[in-house]
Design a protein around this ligand. Structure first.
Ligand code: AMP
Length: 423
């Protein structure tokens, strides 16, 4: 027997029946983003490994444990992108975009790769919709993005997602906070999980969002970064909150919200869903401000803010919320006799060119078996065309949901379908 292959563990196939929800989510996103002045960018799925090490951070889980890294034939170390912010910033710098325009609003949709432990809603290839705005340091830009994402989720019919908000401070205040946090956590070291014991030296902020219950309890008693922000960070954060109020965007203050990547400064936010379809993978997206990233990757000092949504999780939610668009044809053409078959091909082609969704099945067969296929295709109407009807220039249009067939003149077919679609 020939060997059968399976897809790579943690990487999913998206087939008809499922892809429709993805297309619906993506097309809604394209439309919403265009209204807010965002343009799409596409960058390669592989980048120089050092790009991620430098930007995401050496001590993060992503860089430390999860990257798909390999040497190409010339011995260069390349990595399948684990996230999209660093590649977008790389492209922004490489093409000197800051010299072309003071403000750029970009978004991307595409696969990301992380070697993670798998469970519901967590895969090794997953898709993100990422949004990045370069060139504006003002809090209003952070708020515009949070309003945008809230609006997009509402357009997708996803209620029950809450916006968590925090400030991570900046170089002036975060180191001081980190010192205080480490002091507090050291006193509880013994009670922390093994991973957090390690985080304590590598990346102590991450202890705050550990999912382990005992770690969470310890995190609840930890000092809050919001009490230690320097004056400029405090002013920025106050303005973010005031403007969210002006736009009536609901949010929850969460001083334990940190992000898994090192490049964030000031505003950090995450979108968390309560829906059980996601299991423990409740975050559908997250982002924040990263004012130092472009400069740290060799560009000029360009402030930026962005977020990424996990499309796999959004689609799980949209499906659970009953947002399942179908790929139903309007018309399934059933033919009797060879002359009718030729004419049916012509008719179907003409109708498709005019914008209708039409199916026919070249296998032919009895009317009964063709009607069965029409039923299975979930078409709204079947068009029955026999040699007899053809001679008269008519066909029978049968509503598949039941009801009497009606005779339609073939030269009126397109107009009739259009009218029916509009009624
Ligand atoms: P992050 O920047 O890591 O917070 O990722 C942003 C969003 O991408 C998350 O909120 C998730 O919705 C999604 N995401 C991250 N990792 C995975 C994964 N392994 N599988 C599926 N979705 C993911």
């Amino acid at each position: 027997m020939n060997q059968k292959f399976a897809g790579v563990k943690g990487m999913n196939d998206l087939l008809p029946g499922e892809i429709e929800i993805w297309q619906h989510v993506e097309s809604t996103a394209h439309a919403v983003l265009a209204r807010y002045g965002y343009s799409e960018v596409r960058t390669p799925v592989v980048e120089d490994t050092a790009l991620f090490v430098r930007s995401v951070g050496e001590t993060t889980d992503i860089v430390g444990k999860e990257m798909y890294t390999f040497d190409d034939k010339a011995g260069r170390s390349l990595t399948l992108r684990p996230e999209g912010t660093a590649p977008a910033a790389r492209a922004y710098i490489e093409h000197s975009v800051q010299n072309l325009e003071p403000v750029s609003r970009w978004y991307y949709v595409g696969p990301m790769f992380r070697y993670e432990r798998m469970k519901t809603g967590r895969y090794r290839q997953f898709f993100q919709l990422g949004v990045e705005a370069y060139g504006i340091a003002e809090p209003a830009e952070d708020v515009e993005q949070m309003e945008l994402v809230t609006h997009l989720l509402a357009r997708l019919g996803l209620t029950g997602v809450s916006l968590n908000l925090n400030s991570l401070g900046d170089d002036a205040c975060r180191p001081e906070y980190q010192k205080k946090l480490v002091g507090y956590l050291e006193a509880h070291r013994e009670a922390l999980c093994a991973e957090c014991k390690e985080r304590l030296t590598r990346n102590p902020l991450r202890v705050l969002d550990c999912k382990n219950e005992r770690c969470q309890e310890i995190a609840r008693g930890a000092p809050s970064i919001l009490e230690m922000l320097c004056q400029p960070c405090q002013a920025h954060f106050a303005e973010v909150q005031r403007l969210l109020g002006v736009l009536r965007v609901p949010y929850v203050l969460n001083p334990r919200l940190v992000r898994g990547l090192d490049y964030y400064t000031r505003t950090a936010f995450e979108l968390v869903a309560a829906d059980p379809v996601l299991g423990t993978a409740s975050a559908v997206g997250g982002g924040g401000r990263y004012d130092k990233l472009v400069e740290s990757l060799g560009g000029s000092a360009v402030p930026a803010v962005g977020f990424a949504l996990g499309l796999d999780r959004l689609c799980l939610l949209a499906k659970a919320a009953g947002q399942v668009p179908t790929g139903r044809p309007e018309l399934f053409v059933v033919t009797v006799g060879p002359a009718a078959r030729d004419r049916a091909l012509e008719l179907a082609t003409g109708l498709r060119h005019a914008g209708h969704r039409v199916e026919l099945d070249a296998r032919g067969g009895s009317v009964k078996s063709q009607m069965k296929r029409a039923d299975k295709s979930a078409a709204t109407y079947a068009l029955v065309l026999g040699d007899q009807e053809l001679a008269e220039g008519v066909a029978q249009l049968k509503p598949m949901a039941g009801g009497e067939p009606v005779r339609v003149a073939l030269d009126r077919l397109e107009a009739t379908l259009t009218e029916l679609k509009q009624s």
